[in-house]
Design a protein around this ligand. Structure first.
Ligand code: ADP
Ligand code: MG
Length: 466
């Protein structure tokens, strides 16, 4: 690239004023697309889109059906008709969009057919298939918003290493790839696919569940945007999931760290990893409601809100508590190392851990969906210790969840910790494991899954409503 054109491309890249991300909840119908168009006005912007509500679930359903050698054509037909109906409603000339959609559906049908013959599919195949949802929603949006809006597949911009489900941006390669791609393009605004990226081998990957938030934060940093707005279906980040706690209050300001903790333990409104690029580039993230433009939303920034308050509560997806017991654990530090390494190699994330040398046990909390895989890997990696009785037992306590309380205030207000424990005790909710360390911004406790919502409500009352 000549120096002049590099300069031009950099300038173009860095001229974006705001990055807007719309989740599937904001893109449920043609009416919602019209609402999105209305709220976007003025300055140069970059728009990041998730798939139209429910699309990713249907694409995944097709994968399961194909692998089980069941009918997948009905699912494909649903995907096609949902998108073509919307395109016909939104575009004055939908022909090129519909041709493209038909082409993609034919490819998908071939992929599903191959999976059906083999009876299985790889992670890369899954990523490839799931990316179609964002391609369809972004192409439709770019065409609907008008000729000033250039559709861009994030595959052509972002280079991301995906290792054991964890995604890391290769910033150097991303800058180069984005510049190369955009240098000769004419555009005023960009519409970029969320959720998807390219890996070092030039293969299509996805950034995981709710990954479009992460895509938007990466793009905000890449384009040095002054702000990232995540548009969703609630007024902002609440003190608890408003679906579970109707009295939850909106949190007007919160720090990146606090928001990351809440998201990590289950606040689905934003992806925990989205905080990292934004934090590095000091870009504030605002969470707003695309259904209620009057709401001011939640601002996530470095400073957050310094008031001495707990910010929120989260409840995780179903978990299980894996415990390894045996006399060998009292002396051998390598046992802990071995357990964590084995889980890591099996792509199983540990959410909390506790070791009690006196009881010769080590417990870790993992997602319930990984129970069988964890059981297998633990028996394999500790086969010698089980044989020699250094380890007596590997057991699982199932149907548990993590309840987390988050707030910088926890670092220096021990009474909050006491109040939390007392409230759970008074509600007769047993704690199976507790993770809280000096200076920590959160307390995470493992409780029965069936009591999780009750726990959320009583703790919320105790902390926020009195
Ligand atoms: P989108 O499609 O816009 O990405 P998501 O479904 O991923 O939307 O996230 C929005 C949902 O997150 C809300 O509808 C809400 O029920 C849920 N949620 C969970 N915890 C919280 C919280 N603490 N604050 C706000 N919303 C939350
Ligand atoms: Mg989301």
């Amino acid at each position: 690239m000549k120096t002049q054109s590099v300069k031009r491309a950099v300038k173009k890249l860095r001229n974006v004023s705001i990055v807007h991300k719309f989740g599937g909840s904001s893109l449920k119908s043609a009416k919602r697309f019209q609402a999105v168009k209305k709220l976007l006005n003025g300055e140069q912007k970059l728009i990041v889109l998730s798939a139209i509500g429910n699309t990713t679930r249907l694409l995944r359903q097709g994968l399961h059906e194909a692998a089980a050698k069941k009918d997948f054509l009905t699912t494909l037909e649903t995907l096609k008709s949902r998108h073509s109906d919307m395109a016909k409603e939104l575009l004055s000339d939908a022909s090129s969009y519909l041709n493209c959609l038909q082409n993609d559906i034919s490819h998908l049908s071939t992929i599903y057919q191959a999976i059906s013959i083999m009876g299985h599919y790889s992670e890369l195949t899954e990523d490839f298939v799931l990316s179609y949802g964002e391609l369809w929603s972004s192409k439709l949006t770019a065409q609907f918003l008008g000729e000033d809006f250039l559709f861009v597949d994030a595959f052509d911009l972002l280079v991301v290493n995906k290792h054991h489900g964890h995604c890391d941006v290769d910033w150097k390669k991303t800058e180069k790839k984005a510049l190369d791609y955009l240098k000769n393009k004419t555009f005023k605004h960009l519409v970029v696919t969320g959720y998807t990226a390219c890996n070092q081998e030039n293969q299509r990957i996805t950034l995981g569940f709710n990954g479009s938030d992460y895509s938007a934060a990466i793009l905000a940093k890449l384009f040095m945007a002054p702000e990232l707005v995540i548009w969703t279906d609630v007024d902002g980040l609440f003190s608890a999931d408003p679906r579970l706690v109707p009295s939850a209050k909106i949190v007007p300001k919160i720090s990146y760290y606090e928001a990351k903790e809440l998201a990590y333990f289950g606040a689905a409104v934003v992806h925990p990893q989205a905080m990292l690029p934004a934090m590095k580039a000091d870009i504030p993230i605002t969470i707003k409601n695309s259904y209620n433009l009057k709401s001011t939303g939640t601002m996530i920034s470095l400073d957050g809100d310094a008031s001495n308050q707990v910010k929120g509560l989260s409840v995780s997806e179903p978990m299980c508590l894996l415990t390894v017991r045996g006399l060998g654990l009292s002396t051998a530090a390598h046992m802990a190392n071995k357990l964590f390494e084995a889980l890591h190699l099996a792509h199983i994330r540990v959410y909390a851990a506790s070791q009690a040398s006196s009881e010769h046990s080590l417990s870790v909390v993992i997602a319930a969906k990984h129970r069988d895989a964890a059981n297998k890997i633990c028996h394999r990696c500790f086969d010698y210790e089980l044989l020699t009785k250094q380890i007596e037992k590997i057991d699982f306590l199932e149907q548990v969840s993590i309840l987390a309380v988050v707030g910088d205030a926890l670092q220096n207000t021990p009474s909050l910790f006491e109040k939390f424990l007392q409230t759970l005790q008074e509600a007769h909710i047993d704690i199976r494991l507790i993770a809280h360390s000096y200076g920590a911004r959160n307390i995470a406790v493992v409780i029965d899954e069936l009591k999780a919502q009750e726990a959320l409500v009583v703790v919320h009352q105790a902390v926020f409503e009195c």
